[in-house]
Write a protein that binds this ligand. Structure first.
Ligand code: PMP
Length: 325
């Protein structure tokens, strides 16, 4: 018998899927980790699980303790599931520029959601800082702190990286990933480069983010935005991203992302979210740069169901001049 015994045990070990249209067009194998098949529906289940385990192990999180986080949504969703399974109340601070679907899911899961106005990180009223202060005010409570808690990066070093290495029989030539906290890109890159220093690691940046410039110049300067993507892009270099062995960066526009997401839905039946669209556009760019015969791996971070009111809303796209052809 091969039985999965808990929510936590169902996290990870996702399939590695060949994206046929892009692979055929580039002459490379373009492969995506099906993170939308995690039990909470996104790549962030891994970070949520590692962060909670780390707080349990250190003794900071005791039975019945409150788990607090500032999150664009997916980390909160992963945390809310795991909190239910382990008996922790969950309080989520969210900026008010995220899709309403994510707020609804979090409430349905039983988390207390506190939506706050989106203000820059340097402002004391930023949702992440509010989460940190609230957690500090509690007797038995922890701040998950996904941006600077490197248990997040460790999740990908210990799970995603080894899975990719195994699933490609060590034949991966490049790894491409967008960055929110940087946990995915940093953890996977670190693992793959230890296995084979020649693996090319590339940051895929959306517009309105400072990470492309950080990789290219060493200075984090914001690019022209905005972007309708969610969960990715950053104005600062987090502790999870610092020191990550990243070779290069590419920038992807919302226009290209929307075109590809709709094309893959129409032609291959895949229903992907916006960060996955950015990742796949970038993977195709890297494949073209490297030339035919290479294996390029990226992340299929979540599916499109949380983005019905935006990415999959014709009016929303038309107002922004982003309607797919
Ligand atoms: N895609 C989605 C949909 C996300 O929610 C996130 C995390 N916020 C990412 C990509 C980026 O992952 P990471 O935080 O590991 O950089």
């Amino acid at each position: 018998m091969d039985i999965t015994r808990s929510f936590a045990d169902a996290v990870g070990n996702t399939p590695l899927i060949r994206i046929n249209t892009l692979s055929d067009e580039t002459g490379c194998e373009i492969l995506g980790k099906a993170e939308f098949m995690n039990p909470g529906g996104s790549v962030k289940d891994r970070a949520a699980l590692w962060i909670i385990r780390e707080h349990e192990r250190s003794g900071a999180l005791r039975p019945g303790g409150v788990v607090v986080e500032g999150t664009a949504g997916n980390t909160g969703i992963g945390l809310a599931h795991i909190c239910n399974a382990r008996g922790y109340p969950c309080v989520i601070y969210m900026p008010d520029n995220q899709s309403p679907e994510k707020v609804e899911i979090l409430k349905t899961l039983g988390a207390e959601v506190r939506v706050r106005p989106m203000v820059p990180y340097r402002d004391d009223n930023n949702y992440q800082k509010k989460a940190g202060r609230y957690a500090a005010s509690l007797d038995n409570g922890v701040w998950a702190n996904q941006f600077d808690n490197v248990a997040n990066r460790l999740a990908h070093y210990e799970s995603t990286g080894p899975e990719i290495w195994q699933q490609t029989d060590g034949g991966v030539d490049a790894f491409v990933s967008s960055v929110g906290t940087g946990g995915t890109l940093a953890g996977v890159s670190e693992f793959l480069k230890e296995k084979n220093a020649a693996v090319r690691t590339v940051l895929a940046d959306c517009m309105g983010s400072a990470l492309y410039s950080y990789v290219k110049t060493g200075e984090a300067t914001m690019s022209q935005g905005p972007s309708i993507t969610e969960g990715i892009g950053n104005s600062r270099v987090t502790d999870n991203l610092k020191g990550a062995p990243v070779d290069d960066a590419v920038q992807v526009t919302d226009r290209d992302m929307v075109q590809l997401v709709y094309r893959l839905l129409r032609d291959e039946g895949w229903f992907f979210g916006s960060s996955t669209g950015i990742n796949l556009c970038a993977a195709a760019m890297v494949a073209r740069e490297m030339g035919p015969g290479h294996t390029v791996v990226t992340m299929l971070c979540d599916d499109g169901s949380k983005y019905r009111s935006r990415l999959f809303n014709a009016e929303f796209l038309a107002e922004r001049g982003l309607s797919p052809d």
